[in-house]
Design a protein around this ligand. Structure first.
Ligand code: HEM
Length: 297
């Protein structure tokens, strides 16, 4: 776990296998061009045999871009002929397959949890333009074309700023001594956070003190929560995109309340807006569920 410790990366690998099958399908589909395409006609020709991105590696590396896009499916989609909706998942999987050497794609169903969305995607790429290339091709699919984007945030993974081995050795050890013990997470939660100018102008020791408080408060929830932090200042209208996977939503509610009660919270003008909660699913399952066809896993 040493290499992932630098990432605010929160014991996540067990989930990887569950989510990879979204990329495994669509045999014979074409790989991507490096250039964002504006639709199927603009897509690059096949480059057979392009190797998929190493998922465990991209999920544990620094300098990786995370692109979170949240979607609401237009009502008109349900009016499409059943055959078109039935073909939707295969079309989306083929696009994922074409881009599999440059991006990884995770999908979450939010319908029933959030008035403004039905699903969201988390795309990882070493090159942000590659994420754009995928998302542009995705929007050119039938399913993507009927999806309205209700939020889109971009962040990058970095090493620890505060609770590093050097600056806070005891807490750093504690951070990685606790492992997730709940059943496999079924839910993912994305929360954008913005900190105030006052925060950024505080001396580093004061910010350090606040983050030590944040860590001490939240450590005991590591048994319930897997987490990942993306830095977004200057890239999106937030300073951080926080991403969590949980099975126990009540524990996450308690953790959130605990973090509301500490001094750090005085410096967070944005916490959520939106909070996006979804079930962790394969892309195929999300598309099929929203297309009202048989759920293929
Ligand atoms: C198991 C629960 C959690 C633990 C153990 C935890 C731990 C930490 C640690 C150690 C850091 C410092 C990273 C560094 O040194 O750069 C951090 C940063 C951060 N955490 Fe958490 N956290 C937890 C839950 C949460 C929750 C629920 C939120 C709410 C959105 C959150 C938001 C953040 C943010 C925004 C930062 C960046 C702060 C900054 O750099 O100013 N964390 N967390």
């Amino acid at each position: 776990m040493a290499s992932i410790s630098v990432l605010h990366w929160h014991r996540f690998l067990g989930l990887a296998a569950a989510m990879t099958l979204a990329f495994a399908g669509a045999a014979g589909a074409q790989p991507s061009s490096g250039t964002p395409a504006s639709g199927p006609a603009a897509m690059a020709p096949a480059m057979p045999g392009a190797a998929p991105i190493d998922r465990a590696k991209i999920l544990s590396a620094t300098g990786v871009f995370g692109d979170f896009s949240v979607y609401k499916l237009r009502g008109e989609y349900a009016m499409l002929p059943a055959a078109d909706r039935k073909a939707a998942a295969a079309e989306v999987l083929a696009v994922i397959d074409r881009h599999k050497d440059k991006v990884t794609v995770d999908a979450y169903l939010t319908r029933g949890f959030d008035a403004n969305s039905d699903y969201f995607l988390r795309v990882h790429a070493y090159d942000l333009a590659a994420a754009q290339g995928f998302l542009t091709d995705f929007r050119a699919t039938r399913f993507g074309a009927y999806s309205e984007v209700t939020e889109n945030l971009v962040g990058v993974t970095k090493g620890l700023n505060y609770i590093s081995k050097d600056k806070a050795p005891a807490l750093n050890t504690a951070l990685f001594a606790t492992t997730y013990t709940d059943p496999a997470p079924r839910y993912a939660i994305m929360i954008p956070v913005k900190k105030s100018a006052e925060w950024w102008n505080m001396p580093e020791q004061e910010r350090m003190k606040a983050i030590v408080g944040h860590t001490e408060t939240s450590l005991k929830y590591l048994v319930n929560v897997k987490r990942k932090l993306y830095h977004a200042t200057g890239l999106s209208d937030a300073d951080f995109i926080t991403y969590f996977e949980v099975n126990d939503l009540e524990a996450f509610n308690n953790l959130s309340i605990a973090l509301m009660e500490i001094p750090e919270n005085k410096y967070q003008p944005r916490w959520g807006s939106p909070i996006v909660l979804g079930t962790i699913q394969t892309v195929e399952s999300v598309v099929n569920t929203l297309s009202m066809t048989d759920r293929g896993m």
